[in-house]
Design a protein around this ligand. Structure first.
Ligand code: MRU
Length: 348
């Protein structure tokens, strides 16, 4: 590993006209960084989960468009915008559920459209994508601070999937709230679900929490009911890929089960997400749930765990309805039920 990669340890960043990412498919066994100078490589990285987590793919999409601007041989603004539109489509089509991707791409396109020349577009889109990455960290810290008031000393907090530093540029959303709770002087323990089939919980969440000195226990997804019924969990906090104006939350498959179980056992269930994860235009039934390959379910690594030719249903996300949610933590404050009103206020 080269020195330039050691500090700062960021999930995704821009350096010397290249995008540098941690290859999350290699974790927890190897900490490997990949470098890209072609937006098609970034699109492939998003599709294959080299980079994943809603805010991280939003930033990666923005960096991808910045690469496309550097790659373009356009001779005038119109040609450059046409090239960026092609790149935007390729990047956008990688993953359909997390709205941060579209948000990041749109923000870069708006900057490009406001520019006068090809050279100005190149300069401004690179600057804007770097700004999006920097703001991601400050937003997570603000969100963490806002959410930390909800947690008490000696709480054990359950989380699902990975909504940590690895799902963002750094610090994390749901794990950012847990980090801020600890930084505020409270003792906090974490229970992380394994998060089958891709195991973001066991491969990523417990990796980063253990690395950062947290008291963390890993459970199989099937032990969520056991943990709650036996009083092992005080609160739940998860991230989100998309939240619509009614407070319906789209997040990693299994979140709905965790929320339902939390309600059954009287455990508060919180969601932490930046405003860029809110989709104020779509209705909940307009949102596309990504369906992923059957191989994620029929094998673990290279070992087959199901018979050949079995039909598989492998949705990557599910929807948790607002009635199961105690609060939605954002950088602008905490939305509480009724969510339609409180979410609107966050944007006013
Ligand atoms: O398929 P993934 O790993 O991209 O799914 C990630 C999640 O569902 C996260 O919980 C969500 O993106 C929030 S990350 C801050």
């Amino acid at each position: 590993m080269e020195d330039k990669h050691v500090a700062p340890l960021k999930t995704v960043r821009w350096e010397d006209g290249k995008v540098i990412m941690i290859d999350q498919t290699k974790l927890p066994n190897q900490l490997v960084f990949v470098e890209y100078d072609d937006y098609n490589q970034v699109a492939n990285a998003i599709q294959t989960l080299v980079v994943r987590g809603a805010p991280a793919i939003g930033v990666s999409g923005a960096f991808g468009l910045a690469l496309a601007a550097l790659q373009s041989r356009a001779k005038n603004k119109d040609e450059m915008i046409a090239d960026l539109e092609v790149a935007k489509k390729t990047l956008f089509e990688t993953r359909p559920t997390a709205v941060n991707l579209a948000w990041g791409l749109e923000r870069i396109m708006n900057v490009a459209i406001s520019c006068d020349s090809v050279e100005q577009i190149r300069q401004f889109v690179v600057e804007e994508s770097k700004k999006i990455a920097e703001q991601d960290v400050s937003i997570n810290r603000a969100m963490g601070k806002n959410g930390s008031v909800l947690f008490d000393d000696n709480d054990t907090v359950m989380t699902h999937c990975n909504a940590g530093a690895l799902a963002t540029v750094a610090y994390g959303t749901a794990l950012g709230v847990i980090r801020a709770t600890k930084e505020s002087g409270k003792n906090v323990k974490v229970i992380a679900t394994e998060t089958r089939p891709v195991q973001q919980g066991s491969r990523l969440t417990v990796f980063e929490l253990k690395h950062d000195g947290f008291d963390v226990s890993l459970i199989p997804d099937t032990a969520v009911g056991y943990a709650m019924a036996n009083g092992l969990v005080d609160k739940v906090v998860v991230g989100a890929d998309r939240i619509v104006k009614t407070g319906h939350v789209f997040n990693k498959i299994g979140t709905y089960q965790v929320a339902t179980m939390a309600r059954q056992h009287g455990v508060p269930f919180y969601v932490a997400a930046p405003l860029s994860t809110f989709d104020m235009k779509s209705e909940y039934n307009d949102v596309t749930i990504e369906m992923r390959s059957s191989a994620e379910v029929t094998q673990v690594g290279d070992t087959k765990t199901a018979p050949d030719d079995i039909d598989v249903i492998n949705p990557a996300f599910d929807m948790t309805p607002p009635e199961l949610i105690s609060g939605i933590i954002t950088e602008k404050g905490i939305a509480v039920p009724p969510f339609e009103d409180s979410i609107k206020k966050l944007f006013d």
